[in-house]
Design a protein around this ligand. Structure first.
Ligand SMILES: O=P(O)(O)OC[C@H]1O[C@H](OP(=O)(O)OP(=O)(O)O)[C@H](O)[C@@H]1O
Ligand SMILES: Nc1ncnc2[nH]cnc12
Length: 172
């Protein structure tokens, strides 16, 4: 099926000039959601890793079911103030603003191999910040996987030292 056609695009949200890719319409469509997970799972089948790391919140929607399908643990990277244990934290720039993300210090051990999952890569700021968090704990990033890549925003270039998988492209 045409998964891209199930994604709703809303112009000028959350501010003027941003073309927002709304995945809620994909998630509501059970066939599209399942086929998306099938494709994301298939793209990871030849990689060896210990954990899937999902970036809050839309990264959880794909990361957690993929961890279950692939038989690995799931580690959340969360927005500030949500994780109860000792945390590592990092600030970064978004396509539309600034943000901060956190991970539990004991979530990743030295030499753990991880795949980082998110719904979308725009500038690559969230992904790069996530990589820094994982690497600060001694983890190794085997790949990033995104459902959507906004190709003209340069995220892939920022992640040039890593393997980057994406399924659906838009220019911006
Ligand atoms: O490549 P970047 O420029 O960093 O942008 C991509 C990030 O922005 C969105 O998350 P957002 O912070 O809006 O949070 P949400 O998943 O909770 O909606 C998206 O889900 C990615 O995590
Ligand atoms: N254009 C966009 N659409 C949906 N989510 C985003 N996150 C960052 N940029 C985005």
């Amino acid at each position: 099926m045409d998964i891209k056609a199930t994604i709703r695009v809303i112009e000028d949200y959350p501010k003027e000039g941003i073309s927002f890719k709304d995945i809620t319409t994909l998630l509501k469509n059970k066939k599209a959601y399942k086929e998306t997970l099938d494709l994301m799972e298939d793209a990871l089948k030849d990689l060896e890793f210990d954990y899937i790391v999902g970036i809050e919140s839309r990264g959880f929607v794909f990361g957690a079911p993929l961890a279950d399908r692939l038989g690995v643990g799931f580690v959340p990277i969360r927005k500030p103030g949500k994780l109860p244990g000792d945390i590592e934290s990092i600030s970064y720039d978004l396509e539309y603003g600034k943000s901060e993300i956190e991970i539990h210090k004991d979530a990743i051990n030295k030499k753990d191999k991880v795949v980082i999952i998110d719904d979308l890569i725009a500038t690559g700021g969230s992904a790069m910040a996530s990589a820094k968090l994982i690497e600060s704990l001694g983890g190794e990033i085997v790949a990033f996987e995104f459902l959507i890549e906004l190709t003209e925003l340069g995220g892939r270039e920022i992640l040039k030292d890593y393997k980057v998988i994406s399924l659906i492209e838009y220019d911006y």
